[in-house]
Each structure stands twice: as C-alpha cells, then as structure tokens.
Ligand binder design. Structure first.
Ligand SMILES: *Cc1c(COP(=O)(O)O)cnc(C)c1O
Length: 362
C-alpha cells in the first residue's frame, strides 16, 4: 500500500487518492492515444472532450444554472484580483468591497490600482476573526460590483449567507470553499477560484459567470486580459493548462460519485464538527481563533496558551506524520485545512493526536 501523509496543507492541498490513482493509470497512455494528455494538441478532439466535460460537470454540480458560462484561465485567483476591476470597473464607478481578511485585502489592493474602490463592510476592528454583517449593506449608487471573499483561508472565517445586491453584480472569491457545499448560483454573478484547494492541482483558475458579464469587455485592455477574449474562444484562445483541467474533470467526477454537493457538505460538516468539538471540549487547552458564528468548515484555526507550546505542537505533529498544521506566518497559531479531499480518517487521527498532546502538555 502507498503511504499517504495526514495532509492538512492550505494549498496546494490534498487531492483524492482515487483521482491520483486514476490519473496515474492514464498518465503515459491516455485512452489508447499513445501519449499523455500533456503531449497532445489542445485543438484536437481528445483534449477538447476533456475540456468541455469539465465545464459541463461544473455547471451540472451547480444545478445547471441558466445563462452562466465556465472559463478556465491561468495566473491563479490573484490574477482575477486584477482582471475583475480591469473588466468590470469603469471610469466614474466604484468597486464595493467587503473586507474580511488577508485575501479580501489583497483583492482590494489590486482593484485600487485600477480604479475607485469603497469598503462597504469590514471586520478589521475584530482582527478579521468575526465576519461583518452583510444584511444591511449600504452601497454607493455608482457601484460597479460588490466583491466578497466567501472563505478567508488564513483567518478561518466563512460566510454561510450572501448579501442580496439586487441589480449590482455580486462577485465572489471562492478559492478555498468552492464546491464544498450546495450553492444557489442565482445569488452570484461571478464566482472564481484557483483550483489548488478544492478543485485540483494549481495551474488553472475557474470562473463561473453570467454570460453578460464576460461577453463584452473594454477594448483598451490587452486581449489576453479581457473576459470577452476567453468567452469568445471557449477558454482556448491560447494554450490552456491541459493537465490541470484534466485533473479538475477527474475531481469533479469524484465529487459526483460522492453524491454531489449535498454529499460533500455532509462529509465536510462531519469533519469540521469533529475537530471543533475537540477544541471546544479541551477545557481551554485549545482555543478556536475565529468567533463561533464565523467559523470556517474548510480552515480550522486555533491557538494554544503560548507560541512556545504552538511550536511544540507543530514539531510533535510532524513527527507523528501530520503535515501543514502551522498557521499562516501572518497570523500565527495553528490551522487544519480540511478541504473536500481530506479524508475523515485524517481528521480523526488529528483529534486523537490533539488529545494525546494535551494529556502530555496540559
Ligand atoms: C489561495 C487563495 C487565493 C490566491 O490564489 P492563487 O491561485 O495562489 O492566486 C485567493 N483567494 C483565496 C480565498 C485563497 O484561498
């Protein structure tokens, strides 16, 4: 048997073992073509089938919402931080941002370089450990779009509800929780995600958007940065990251086999409950970093009494075969990233380890 680590990496992150094994089987000779998927033309029928299958599967998992298109782009979610304002923010308009943590801040900084921005809700005063209330958003009349980060990967806070922005497009960075639970797509005008947390390997960024948002783009920006270029060419304007898209298609098949988004959500909630219960039942030895109501089911952030003890925890966990439990360097503490592909057994093993560490150090 292959030895697999207890992988809690924040991204790139664990992939389903079944998917890796399937890919391994097809690696050298993809469906009797005598080559791998990486060695063939992206204009050929064999690759094009993978490409359109991945697009169809994504929409199907989201309930086939009408009027939405899927784009496969490169440059990660970070490139979208720039592309979104370049395409959607015109002179005389403002981009309204919800400031919830590290990734929302990065998205905001990039938009500022392109045009006018407004922060319409912020949890900075709570050190981003508690989500702001979005039920009464006061949006400037010239808002071009509202930008929200559904899950703050570093702080470990996650929205379960999204604001009703009426006719104003709602654009959501779902890099770290896309397809982790059912989504009512009618609420969103554009969602986007770098693939390397919940969808597959790095190298491809997925955009799911209402057609009207990505059909016409400003002509003063270079063609490669226009959504319209990629929409017109079905994400085949230039060479796509073929292997990453193939892997995304395989991950999507795996999600379908798990019972779709309802099935995945059930597992994700069970995993998160297991670890949060261990934190909450530790008599204060472990402390959840995020406020209770804002807790993420993807990135569990927690603390110990001192940084010294946290260091000892990380060291002991590594010796016991656990990977990736150190919190992000910007916030410190500990973090267990438990994306779709992290097995329940890994979470269970972590909880056992946490109890043991507490009994030795409590
Ligand atoms: C990881 C992450 C990003 C950055 O993604 P890249 O693909 O590395 O650019 C952006 N937003 C969120 C919420 C993330 O978790």
């Amino acid at each position: 048997m292959t030895k697999r680590a207890y992988n809690f990496n924040a991204g790139p992150a664990a992939l389903p073992l079944e998917v890796l094994e399937r890919a391994q089987k097809e690696f050298v000779d993809y469906q009797n073509t005598g080559m791998s998927i990486m060695e063939m033309s992206h204009r050929g029928a064999v690759y094009e089938k993978v490409h359109s299958e991945a697009q169809d599967r994504l929409l199907s998992l989201l309930g086939n919402p009408e009027g939405y298109k899927v784009l496969f782009l490169q440059g990660g979610a970070s490139t979208q931080f720039a592309m979104i304002p370049m395409n959607l923010l015109a002179e005389g308009q403002t981009a309204s941002f919800v400031a919830t943590g590290s990734w929302a801040s990065k998205a905001l900084s990039e938009a500022k370089l392109v045009g006018d921005t407004t922060v319409v809700a912020s949890s900075e005063a709570d050190k981003y450990m508690k989500l702001p209330d979005l039920s009464q958003l006061d949006l400037p009349a010239n808002t071009a779009y509202v930008h929200v980060t559904s899950n703050e990967t570093i702080e470990g806070v996650q929205f379960t509800e999204f604001p009703d922005t009426g006719d104003i497009p709602l654009v959501v960075d779902m890099s770290s929780d896309i397809l982790s639970r059912p989504l009512d797509m009618s609420k969103f005008d554009m969602i986007y995600a770098g693939a390397q947390k919940n969808l597959g390997p790095s190298g491809v960024t997925v955009i799911i958007a209402k057609e009207e948002l990505i059909t016409e783009s400003p002509k003063h920006i270079p063609s490669i940065f226009r959504y319209s270029t990629h929409t017109k060419n079905n994400s085949l304007y230039n060479t796509p990251p073929a292997f990453s898209i193939y892997m995304v298609n395989e991950v999507l098949k795996w999600i379908q086999e798990k019972g779709g988004l309802e099935g995945i959500q059930r597992e994700n909630e069970a995993k998160a409950t297991l670890i949060y219960d261990a934190i909450d039942n530790s008599n204060g030895f472990y402390k959840g970093a995020a406020e209770l109501e804002s807790r993420s089911i993807m990135n569990v952030t927690f603390r110990l009494a001192s940084e010294e003890l946290e260091k000892a925890f990380v060291k002991a966990s590594e010796e016991a075969g656990f990977i990736g439990l150190k919190g992000h360097r910007s916030v410190g503490g500990l973090r267990a990233s438990i994306y779709n592909a992290v097995p329940y057994e890994s979470c269970n093993a972590l909880v056992e380890f946490m109890k043991e560490f507490q009994s030795k150090n409590g």
